[in-house]
Design a protein around this ligand. Structure first.
Ligand SMILES: [Zn+2]
Length: 296
């Protein structure tokens, strides 16, 4: 029996689309000048460029002046990445009136759209900041209609992680080694959890969509992250390919303050009674993150 389970595991069609948010750089405590962001970005993108691994980056255009941002986005496109809109200033839909939130989308377009257009490509994907899809069903529905009318598809997430907590703690050098030690094992637990939970909720193995952020930790650890997925039998696919799975057309009716994996949203929409949740970041990481988040 165990042997059969092992064979089934090997034969499993594990696929993941890697998506990276908060371009040009998330809140990892690292330097935010152009040169530092360029160096971090080049390191982050190297395995994607060299190994031709699909990736999409979601941009907050407010974070750099347009000419500098364009140069960073060109690095992403040079590496074979796609780009999407993550609002102008990383607005939280729960706290932002609909009209203002729609303006955040429009204001978040020009540099990204121009960078894509220069290569004959279109701006096609939108990712909600904080994975917050709206304060109530009416706002959610109205915003989704706005996105469709503007030619966007929503980029959901299944492998939702707290990488940003590890990333901020990583910028504090006495804890760097400890973060390195615990980070990829944490991502492994998240991946294991959602593989299993995806099967329970959907009934078949779905292509996963990973959310991580543009930061120094992921730049330094990307070879190890990719190796972890490969060791589990994953191949890397585009977001477009992942979204072809019928699971991504299932209803997700959650609205409110939260932001979490679409696997939990589908479970809620299906009114599944049996609930389980993924591993949190280790206590020490959460404590150090909260300490550092408060200090200037
Ligand atoms: Zn974000």
């Amino acid at each position: 029996m165990m042997y059969l389970a092992f064979l089934l595991c090997l034969a499993a069609d594990h696929r993941v689309a890697i998506t990276i948010d908060d371009l040009p750089r998330g809140g990892d405590g690292g330097p935010r000048d152009y040169e530092s962001i360029r160096a971090m970005t080049e390191k982050l993108l190297t395995p994607f460029r060299v190994e031709k691994i699909p990736v999409i980056g979601f941009v907050n255009e407010s974070k750099l002046p347009a000419p500098e941002l364009r140069k960073i986005l060109d690095l992403w496109l040079d590496a074979g990445a796609d780009l999407g809109n993550h609002t102008y200033s990383h607005a939280n839909f729960y706290k932002t009136p609909l009209a203002e939130f729609e303006k955040e989308v429009i204001d978040g377009e020009p540099v990204t759209r121009a960078a894509l257009a220069a290569r004959g490509r279109k701006l096609e994907y939108f990712r909600h900041p904080f994975l917050n899809v709206g304060p109530n069903p009416e706002a959610k529905r109205a915003f989704e209609q706005f996105l469709t009318a503007r030619g966007y598809r929503i980029a959901p997430v299944t492998l939702d992680t707290s990488d940003y907590m590890f990333a901020l703690v990583y910028s504090y050098s006495p804890l760097k080694a400890r973060v390195v030690n615990d980070y990829v094992p944490y991502l492994t637990l998240i991946t294991q959890f959602f593989e299993k939970r995806g099967m329970e909720v959907i009934g078949h193995e779905i292509p996963q969509i990973l959310l991580i952020h543009s930061n120094q930790l992921n730049a330094d650890q990307m070879p190890q992250i990719l190796a972890m997925f490969r060791a589990r039998g994953y191949s890397f696919i585009t977001l477009e390919e992942a979204l072809k799975d019928p699971a991504y057309a299932l209803p997700d009716d959650y609205t409110g303050t939260g932001g979490f994996s679409w696997i939990h949203r589908w479970a809620m929409a299906k009114k599944l009674k049996f609930k389980t949740y993924e591993e949190e970041a280790p206590d020490w990481v959460r404590e150090e993150y909260l300490k550092r988040q408060k200090s200037p």
